[in-house]
Design a protein around this ligand. Structure first.
Ligand code: NAD
Length: 415
C-alpha cells in the first residue's frame, strides 16, 4: 500500500494525536471519526462514440453538527471511497478551525475528464447530482469545486438541483459570477495561504517577508494566487514547478508575467522565458525560506522531507505531508502550517458565497477580502494559542481547536 492509499488512516492518526492531548474518551473518538452518511451511486452514460459507460460516484457526509455539510466534488480516475472519506473528515476539521457554520463532506466521481467531451461531462454531472440530490441542499449539504471540477461544473450542479427543488443558488458554491458566485472566490485559497504565510514568517519566526525566498509546487488556482499575493507583500518567488515543467530565478520571478504565460500555455509554467528551467524532482531541495506545496497530496515523504531547506512550510494542497515527513520536520525544527488552517481561505469565501446567496445581496471584492483576512488571522491566532498551551505542533494545535469545537457542539445538541 502506498502512503497515499492510507489517507483516511493518516487523518485519523492526526485526529488521535489531538484527542490524546485533550484526553478524549474512546466513545467520543468513535463518534467524531465515524462519517454520518456515505453514498455510492452508479451513473450509466451513453458516450458520444455510442458505447455505454457506467461511472461510479461517491458522496461522504462526515459531520454536520456545526452546520450544513460542506465540501468539494472531485473528478479523477483514482477516486475511491476511502480518499473521499478522508477528505470529508478534513473538511469537518477545516470548517471548525476557521469557525464557520459548516460541517464536512466530499464528493468524487471515478472518471478521466481529460478524455471526455463537455457534453459527456455535463451528462455525468447531472446524473450524479440527480442521484444524490435528496441529501443535498442549502441547509443539508453544499458542494463546491475540487480537483478537475470548476465553475461550469457547479453551474450544472445548481441547474440539476433546481430541476427538482426550484431556484436555490445557495445549494452549491464556486459558481460563475453570473449565476451568483462570489467576488474574490477564485483568489480566496491562494490569498489565505499568503495571509497565513505572512503571519507565520513575520509573526512567529520573526523574519521580514520582504525579500524572503519562496518555492512552490503547483501553479494552478492555489499556487498562482498564493505567489501573486506573496510577491505583492514583497517576497521573492524564486522557483515554481508544475505537472509539465519548472522555472527558477534567484532574484525573483515576475509573477504576473508567469501567470499570463501559464494561461497562454495550457496552464503550465514550462517554457517561461523570464527564468531558467530545472529538474522538477529537485524542487524539494531548492534553496529557499518558505516552501509551499500547492499541487497534490502525499508529496512530502520520508524521502523528500530530509532535502527541505526552508524554515517554513505552508500546506496549500490538501494532505501533502505524510506522518513520517511530519516527524522529520518536527525533529528538524521546521515550522509547518497545516492544510486545515493554511488552505481554509477557499471554504471561508464559499461560506460568504452561501451567505450572499441566501440574502440575494452581494458584496464587492474589497469587502470579501477584508472579511476573509479577518477570519484567517483569527484562526491563525486561535491555533497559535493551542500550540503555546499544549507545546504541540501546529497540525496538532489546529486539530485540538477543531476537535474541541465539534465536541462542544455535539454535546450541546446530544445524539
Ligand atoms: P489546479 O488544478 O488549479 O492546479 C494544480 C497544480 O498542480 C497545477 O499547476 C498542476 O500543473 C500541478 N500539478 C499537477 N500534478 C502535478 C505533478 N505531478 N507534479 C507537479 N505539479 C503538479 O488545482 P488547485 O485548485 O490549485 O488545487 C491544488 C491543491 O490545493 C489540491 O490539493 C487541492 O485539493 C487543494 N485545495 C484547493 C482549494 C481551492 O480552492 N482550489 C482549496 C483547498 C485546497
Amino acid at each position: 500500500m502506498t502512503e497515499h492509499m492510507n489517507l483516511f488512516e493518516n487523518v485519523n492518526r492526526q485526529f488521535d494525536e489531538a484527542a490524546d492531548v485533550l484526553g478524549f474518551s474512546q466513545e467520543m473518538r468513535e463518534l467524531l471519526k465515524t462519517p454520518y452518511r456515505e453514498i455510492t451511486v452508479a451513473m450509466p452514460i451513453r458516450m458520444e462514440d455510442g458505447s455505454l459507460k457506467i461511472f461510479k460516484g461517491y458522496r461522504v457526509q462526515h459531520n454536520g453538527v456545526r452546520g450544513p455539510q460542506k465540501g468539494g466534488i472531485r473528478y479523477h480516475p483514482d477516486v475511491d471511497l476511502d480518499d473521499v472519506r478522508a477528505l470529508a473528515s478534513l473538511m469537518t476539521w477545516k470548517t471548525a478551525v476557521v469557525n464557520i457554520p459548516f460541517g464536512g463532506a466530499k464528493g468524487g466521481v471515478q472518471c478521466d475528464p481529460s478524455k471526455m467531451s463537455p457534453h459527456e461531462l455535463e451528462m455525468l454531472t447531472r446524473r450524479y447530482i440527480s442521484k444524490i440530490s435528496m441529501v443535498l441542499g442549502p441547509t443539508r449539504d453544499v458542494p463546491a469545486p475540487d480537483v478537475n471540477t470548476n465553475a461550469q461544473t457547479m453551474a450544472w450542479v445548481m441547474d440539476e438541483y433546481g430541476r427538482k427543488n426550484g431556484y436555490q443558488p445557495a445549494c452549491v458554491t464556486g459558481k460563475p459570477l453570473e449565476l451568483g458566485g462570489s467576488q474574490g472566490r477564485e483568489a480566496a485559497t491562494g490569498r489565505g495561504v499568503a495571509i497565513v504565510t505572512r503571519e507565520a514568517y513575520e509573526g512567529v519566526l520573526g523574519h521580514p517577508l520582504q525579500g524572503a525566498r519562496v518555492v512552490l509546487q503547483g501553479f494552478g488556482n492555489v499556487g498562482s494566487f498564493a505567489a501573486r499575493f506573496l510577491a505583492e507583500l514583497g517576497a521573492r518567488v524564486v522557483a515554481v514547478t508544475d505537472h509539465a515543467g519548472s522555472v527558477q530565478k534567484a532574484e525573483g520571478l515576475d509573477v504576473p508575467a508567469l501567470t499570463a504565460h501559464a494561461h497562454a500555455h495550457q496552464g503550465t509554467v514550462a517554457g517561461f522565458p523570464g527564468g531558467e528551467p530545472f529538474d522538477p524532482a529537485a524542487v524539494w531541495g531548492q534553496d529557499c525560506d518558505i516552501l509551499i506545496p500547492a499541487a497534490m497530496g502525499g508529496v512530502l515523504t520520508k524521502d523528500t522531507a530530509p532535502m527541505v531547506k526552508a524554515s517554513l512550510i505552508v500546506e496549500g494542497a490538501n494532505a501533502p505531508t505524510t506522518p513520517e515527513a511530519d516527524r522529520i520536520f518536527q525533529a528538524r525544527g521546521i515550522l509547518l502550517i497545516p492544510d486545515i488552517l493554511a488552505n481554509a481561505g477557499g471554504v471561508t469565501v464559499s461560506y460568504f458565497e452561501w451567505v450572499q446567496n441566501l440574502q440575494q445581496f452581494f458584496w464587492d471584492e474589497a469587502e470579501v477580502f477584508e472579511k476573509e483576512e479577518k477570519i484567517m488571522v483569527q484562526a491563525f491566532r486561535d491555533v497559535h494559542e493551542q500550540v503555546k498551551r499544549h507545546g504541540c505542533t501546529w497540525r496538532t494545535g489546529a486539530f485540538v481547536l477543531a476537535l474541541e469545537r465539534v465536541k462542544r457542539a455535539t454535546e450541546l445538541r446530544g445524539w
